[in-house]
Design a protein. Structure first.
Length: 134
């Protein structure tokens, strides 16, 4: 595997064709994390902000969040950012565009975004004892 992220690609098979993905550079991964964080903050504000966060923590929310993230590192990243930056080509019936990417069904988005993240940051998917902390 090359040290250049743009030279590391894989092909993911779907029902309608194939999707070619690439390994993302650190800046793109950071952008996907930032987009996810901003969305989460906005959603937290609509649910009551700090008061809601305190209620969640009182119910053991911190442990639940850590357990969910350790099971699915994709929760730390914005799926659409991963897809838009990680899909290089496809053989699907619609032409590749940001609108077509957003139109992919949930299962396909998750499948491809996970493949992009696994290619870009495999350490997030290691054995639980070997996984880096978030």
């Amino acid at each position: 595997m090359s040290v250049f992220t743009s030279l590391c690609t894989e092909t993911v098979s779907t029902v309608d064709g194939t999707i070619t993905i690439r390994k993302l550079p650190p800046q793109a991964l950071a952008a996907a994390q930032k987009a996810n964080l901003l969305r989460s903050v906005n959603e937290l504000k609509t649910m009551g902000g700090p008061a809601f966060l305190k209620e969640l923590q009182a119910l053991g929310g911190d442990a639940a969040v850590k357990a969910a993230v350790s099971d699915d590192p994709l929760l730390l990243f914005d799926t659409l950012v991963l897809l838009e930056r990680g899909i290089t080509a496809w053989t699907l019936p619609m032409a590749k565009s940001d609108e077509a990417i957003a139109d992919l069904d949930d299962e396909t988005q998750t499948l491809v975004a996970t493949a992009i993240l696994r290619l870009s940051k495999p350490s997030l998917f290691g054995a639980p004892g070997l996984r880096k902390s978030f």
